[in-house]
Design a binder for this molecule. Structure first.
Ligand SMILES: NC(=O)c1ccc[n+]([C@@H]2O[C@H](COP(=O)([O-])OP(=O)(O)OC[C@H]3O[C@@H](n4cnc5c(N)ncnc54)[C@H](O)[C@@H]3O)[C@@H](O)[C@H]2O)c1
Ligand SMILES: CC(C)[C@H](C(=O)O)[C@@H](O)C(=O)O
Ligand SMILES: [Mg+2]
Length: 374
């Protein structure tokens, strides 16, 4: 089996906690399916600023370019969030990495798990059977346009800019995904106000000609924010620009019950990075309460991207088993006191019990501190 080189960027806050649990799960999958992973860690975010002055050191970027895939945790720190004057910020590391790797499509699946329907603040009848995927453009738009702050700090602007070529490729991906699903693409935009949105509509209409079986529809983002709450079942594939995608995906996470469940894949032509959609959740750092599932499910998306479908499916099934048995962190069940690692250990145990009985018993010993196979 080919060796897959995986760059591991744990980052800040809960990033290192959820990523180390994910690697534990990946090592179990590696053993079961005889995969061969080579993990190499590198700095990004606030920790990279502390250690090198740069939120994306050159060595990190090079490692990611050379890797078969990047596993990313989260970045961000209150010392920057609370200081609008900071010139260097952790988020710049992630944005530069996405841009340098050409990760134009951020794919964010959202679904309502049957056993969590009662855990969402939204009504069960509204959310059951929801199954959608957001295709968020990731390396253009207002995040990357010209920016300005005046010397006296009284004037600032950010510019939202798109070229046709920035929209085409992700639009094709969204239509191709729709062909495998319920054949519906919803473009979320603000075409009643923004020129960039009108360009998105034109490009989507043109490209839709190549996919006659797929129904293309349009929704203004303000209405989309409401529809996501009152009737999320209507969505199959949502296609949208960078900032709208950022906002509506956090909103959509409420359907599943917690943002701690939502994975994502950021795909480019040459590279790919896998990241939970949540941030560094600094309030939880070191407490062992962060939900590791978004990160573990991002790793499943990584395996699928690497062509390791068996491992991907096995992880998704094991996570679903944990969810069905309510072996979840407190974000999904306020009565739960299962920690980040207890949840990940359970997922690892299920993988072993489903696929590798011999090691399963060893793993029981590991959990009881009697062995160190993992
Ligand atoms: N991709 C990223 O690395 C990323 C994404 C978003 C925010 N950020 C950064 O993270 C920092 C904190 O931002 P924020 O508070 O707005 O967003 P956040 O996603 O870190 O946390 C928002 C809330 O979501 C919940 N949450 C998030 N992750 C969770 C998990 N794994 N398990 C359980 N609950 C979870 C918590 O209730 C938390 O208060 C900021 O510095 C921000 O810039 C980074
Ligand atoms: C941290 C930030 C730059 C990032 C974004 O806005 O893209 C985050 O919110 C995300 O959703 O990945
Ligand atoms: Mg976000």
């Amino acid at each position: 089996m080919k060796t897959h080189k995986i760059a591991v960027l744990s980052g800040d806050g809960i990033g290192p906690e959820v990523v180390s649990e994910t690697i534990k799960v990946l090592k179990v999958v590696e053993q079961i399916f005889k995969y061969n992973f080579e993990f190499e860690e590198a700095l990004i975010g606030a920790i990279a600023i502390d250690e090198t002055g740069n939120p994306l050191p050159d060595a990190t970027l090079q490692l990611c370019k050379d890797a078969d895939a990047v596993l990313f945790g989260s970045i961000g720190d209150p010392k920057y969030d609370n200081n609008p004057n900071a010139k260097v910020r952790p988020e710049q590391g992630l944005l530069k990495l996405r841009k340098e790797l050409g990760l134009f499509a951020n794919i964010r699946p959202i679904k309502a798990y049957e056993s969590l329907l009662g855990k969402s603040p939204l009504k069960r009848s509204h959310i059951e059977e929801t199954d959608m995927v957001i295709f968020r453009e990731l390396i253009n738009g207002i995040y990357f346009g010209e920016k300005f702050t005046s010397e006296d700090g009284t004037h600032a602007y950010d510019t939202c800019s798109y070229h046709r070529k920035d929209i085409e490729e992700i639009t094709h991906l969204a239509f191709q995904e729709a062909m495998k699903r319920r054949k519906k693409v919803m473009l979320v935009d603000k075409a009643n106000v923004l020129d960039t949105s009108r360009l998105w509509r034109k490009v989507a209409m043109d490209i839709s000609q190549e996919y006659p079986e797929v129904e293309l529809d349009f929704l203004f983002v303000d209405n989309a924010a409401m529809q996501l709450i009152i009737n999320p079942k209507q969505f199959d594939v949502i296609l949208t620009e960078n900032m709208f995608g950022d906002i509506i995906s956090d909103e959509g996470s409420v359907i599943g019950g917690s943002i701690g469940l939502l994975p994502s894949a950021s795909i480019g032509t040459e590279n790919a990075l896998f990241e939970p959609i949540h941030g560094s959740y600094p309030q939880a750092e070191g407490k062992g309460i962060a939900n590791p599932m978004a990160s573990i499910l991002s790793a499943a998306m990584m395996l699928r991207y690497l062509g390791l479908e068996d491992g991907a499916k096995a992880i998704e099934n094991a996570v679903e088993n944990a969810i069905n048995n309510l072996i979840v962190t407190s974000d999904l069940d306020e009565t739960s006191d299962y920690s980040t690692s207890v949840v990940a250990n359970y997922i690892a145990k299920i993988l072993l019990s489903d696929h590798d009985h011999h090691s399963y018993f060893n793993f029981e010993n590991v959990l009881m501190g009697k062995s160190t196979i993992i």
